[in-house]
Design a binder for this molecule. Sequence first.
Ligand SMILES: [Zn+2]
Ligand SMILES: [Zn+2]
Length: 345
Amino acid sequence: MKALVYHGPGKKSWEDVPDPTILKPTDVIVKIDATTICGTDLHILKGDVPAVEVGRILGHEGVGTITEIGDAVASLVVGDRVIVSAVTACGRCIYCKDGVYSHCQADEGASGIGWILGHLIDGTQAEYVRVPFAETSVHKLPEGVSDAEGLLLSDILPTGHEIGVQYGRVKPGDVVAVIGAGPVGLAAMLTAGLYGPSRIIAIDLDANRVAEATKFGATDGDWKEQVLALTDGLGVDVAIEAVGIPQTFTMCLDIVRPAGTVANVGVHGTGVDLPLDTLWISNIVITMGLINANTTDMLLKMVASKKLDATPFVSHTFALDDILDAYDVFERAAETKALKVVLNA
Ligand SMILES: [Zn+2]
Ligand SMILES: [Zn+2]
């Protein structure tokens, strides 16, 4: 089959590799119908994620059709259309039993992390993928949900919802600011709407992304003074960080009101100074984490019933064979206005 293979920092190729096979009785093989590129893949290609070995097939988001099942798989059959989740969960370890699937301790890579596809094992940017612990990791796609909609449920919608909105404790009437109007920030804005905030403010250094964010229920916001003006000088109830650089994290601290919440969603490549000398008295909560995918099925129901419109996330569509062109467009998002690029097999 063909797959997108990582060859060390800055190097990748779309090349012939052996087809995946069932290695454990709990595995399934999925023929990829649609996949996409995540900001995390760009971090890997920069060399920011050293756990990714040379030769690894990238990608942790996908929708496909099961072509083969392991002997222990009872609730899935060949031909099922499924969402391949960014998080693989064994369902049995101490963290899975606590619902913290993001830290599944299953033995694939033995890292204690639920994100293994395109990280510690071969991923979804390929014609086929092996999915371990399939029964507790994939989500069957109902009729009427498109591949592109399903694809957004692999990672960005549940990540924005769980790590941004739920960890941020968004509640009715809240003023929510989302810093970073890329796909995950937009997912936080869209799903924040489920909780009845009085206002959602989009903040981004890229004006096009702020304009796009208004489609997801956000008001056009700008900088600290404007944000404070929108909140009678008090600051926002919830500040969601969806960029992953020190500057944007600090911006969250600057605009959150006392007793508010800063929910970090961004993937950080460097440390951030935490000014505890001023923050200790602020009663704020700071949260962070990796998607658990425990709300994927709920979000899938909302998408299937058209209560959540995921379609505006898709900015570009390519054939899977043209994945290198898709990477080029996604890497130059400021110019190309790329949000999610969908690759159809
Ligand atoms: Zn992702
Ligand atoms: Zn587990």
